[in-house]
Design a protein. Structure first.
Length: 356
């Protein structure tokens, strides 16, 4: 019998299904400067959205930290105990000086933000099912599996969100993961290796971390990209394969890992997608989900440049302006006139994509 979790308590109804907590941000003695990751990017995204009057503090859903009991739905006790060693956390987060800090400091300053983002992803899963869509402004730790972390990912939030839904929400028995971060999502791939309820599509640079050949066996739709792939080719591939994946299997939930490390100039991603290309990519995925009336949960995942936060905010604003996310949509599904219009528009989009 599943344990009771605070993560599934209903938020107040006027809330917009955008999940965030100030606890997401890792700011500590300049430690965040030792990793190419912008460890305050989540807060910056929220600030941009507030400036544009899309959200206000009392309208966002406050993320809660995942407890040990929550984490044990997926993680082994052995793995969680390993995180009590600072050098293990230093290896996973790729911030070497963390190894020299007392573990209580590491728990509070590094792991608590990641546990809170993980709680946010789990909460966003149920919100997406209830409201048609949800965005966790953090999360997307796709290199972590039940018993192993890596690549800045200490908790398997994507696996957790899906397992929570399977175990606790009636009518959710099939999930599709659309992983568009620049890196292969080997964590959720290992976790769902032989699970036929989960369909994985992964589009990534074939030459970079993690190159996990074993995990690749779990990918149902694998799109391996070359160094320096640009907008036109990228968007065409994403469009074709998202459509193909959702035609092959209609899931009860889509988990969309929307990494922005595909951005041109990213030191780790090695691809060359423009900011406009990223905004367009998110639009393609949301349109495909909305057209089929499939609930979608988006997490923000990797993205290692200072301009990343602005692009994520611009993308969320674009989704809102197109009527792909809004409060009414949350309840009325495709009866929303904006959605009907969108369905007509997306046919036109395809034509313009092929003309570019």
């Amino acid at each position: 019998r599943p344990h009771r979790t605070e993560l599934y308590e209903d938020p107040p109804s006027p809330c917009c299904p955008i999940v965030y907590s100030p606890d997401y941000n890792i700011t500590f003695m300049g430690l965040e400067k030792l990793h190419p990751f912008d460890a305050g990017k989540w807060g910056k995204v929220i600030n941009f959205l507030k400036e544009e009057k899309l959200i206000a503090d009392d309208l966002i859903v406050q993320a809660r930290e995942a407890t040990d009991e929550d984490l044990l739905v997926v993680h082994t006790r052995r793995y969680l105990n390993k995180l009590k060693w600072s050098f293990v956390v230093a290896t996973i987060t790729e911030i070497p000086p963390v190894a020299f800090l007392p573990n209580f400091v590491v728990q509070r300053k590094v792991l608590k933000p990641l546990r809170t983002q993980t709680g946010g992803t789990i909460m966003a899963g149920k919100l997406a099912v209830d409201r048609g869509w949800a965005i966790n402004v953090g999360g997307g730790f796709h290199h972590c599996s039940s018993d192993k972390g890596g690549g800045f990912c200490a908790y398997a939030d994507i696996t957790l969100a899906i397992k929570f839904l399977f175990e606790r929400v009636q009518g959710v028995s099939k999930a599709t993961i659309i992983d568009l971060d620049a890196h292969q999502g080997n964590g959720h791939e290992r976790d769902f290796m032989d699970d036929h309820r989960v369909y994985i599509m992964d589009v990534y640079n074939r030459y970079i971390y993690p190159g996990d050949g074993f995990a690749k066996r779990a990918i149902k739709r694998k799109v391996e990209l070359e160094w320096g792939t640009e907008d036109t080719e990228y968007l065409q591939k994403v469009h074709t394969h998202v459509e193909g994946a959702l035609n092959e299997l209609k899931p009860d939930i889509i988990v969309y890992n929307a990494g922005t490390d595909i951005l041109d100039g990213d030191p780790l991603g090695g691809l060359a997608i423009s900011p406009q290309g990223i905004v367009k990519r998110d639009e393609v995925v949301f349109k495909a989900a909305r057209r089929r009336r499939i609930p979608i949960l988006m997490v923000t995942s990797g993205g290692y440049q200072k301009r990343t936060a602005r692009i994520i905010a611009d993308s969320i604003l674009n989704l809102h302006n197109l009527g792909l996310i809004d409060k009414e949509l949350a309840t009325s599904g495709a009866e929303n006139p904006k959605v009907e219009q969108m369905i007509r528009d997306s046919a036109k989009d395809l034509t313009s994509l092929s003309l570019q």
